[in-house]
Ligand binder design. Sequence first.
Ligand code: ADP
Length: 342
Amino acid sequence: MPFALHKGSIRLAGLYLAIIMSISIFFSVTIYSLSINELGRGLRGPRSVIVRPVGPGFSEEIKNDILRERSVLYTEAKERVLARLIVINIFILIGGGALSYYLAVRTLKPIEEAHEAQNRFTADASHELRTPITAMLTENEVTLMDPKLSLQDAKRQLASNIEELQRLSALSDGLMRIAGLENRTLQKMDVSLQDIIDNAIHSIQTVASAKFIDIDKHPKKSNVTVHGDSFSLQEVFTILLDNAVKYSNKNTKISVNIQKHQNEVTVDVVDRGMGIPAKDVPYIFDRFYRADSSRTHQSVQGHGLGLSIAKDIITKHGGTISVKSTPKKGSVFSVRLPLVKD
Ligand code: ADP
């Protein structure tokens, strides 16, 4: 546990304990004064109470003895009540202390987890930013120091810089999107899933055509309405289709299958690409995670943010996203969304 959070837990535990102890002391004082009152009435009643039943024949000495005895009993009982209340309060202090600390740690646990996730995210993001910046810096310095630098070399260097800058720009877009998803609520309304998927296919058509990849949709026309933010949902299908294109070879096919069930709709994005090794499957929806196979593919660019953004969006729509994949055969990404009741 980080030091600040440990300090926070102790402070919160102190606060809980102060509340428990104030209640306990309040009740102890009340119990004590009530008991003393009752004892007083029983053991230190007015003199007449003792004197009257004993009658005038009773010697003054005996009367005084009884009164003294009662006074001693009263003092002893008072001390016993006080001692018991003190013992009970010590137990409450020890038990309450342990309970308060346990409750404080539990209260702060989600905050600690969010804090750790934030730290991890910042570290990963800085790493992703630093790598291309360092590479660009070194390349530029080496190029500048070359006394025989030709115009062609300079142009090559500029082209390489532009490529890196495009990657950085894509990364900053992804980071901004994540921040936006965390801080903004989605604008949900009843939207046609058909339109959303058609727009996503349209937006990816140029990259797909460049690799001679066909995108099929089944059925061609469907009448499915979901309650959601159309911009974000379109982004999800664009991410899935963009990945399907990125991780497929030329001249292959991608299919989008829409299946309407009673309460939900399933959209499968099927590709015949490189697939995902089983060891990577559990992590591909994590931020910044990229399977080794795609890292080593120089032509396939990315920062491992797309699927985590897609998952965030689908989760915020009450749906799920999952994958089934066979290396070298292809992948099926399935999105399930609740249907709007007619
Ligand atoms: P990026 O594609 O930018 O690396 P994503 O979050 O979209 O990031 O995907 C994470 C990883 O999941 C990718 O790096 C890749 O290894 C794997 N992946 C995603 N989609 C596919 C796909 N259709 N086929 C094969 N691998 C995929």
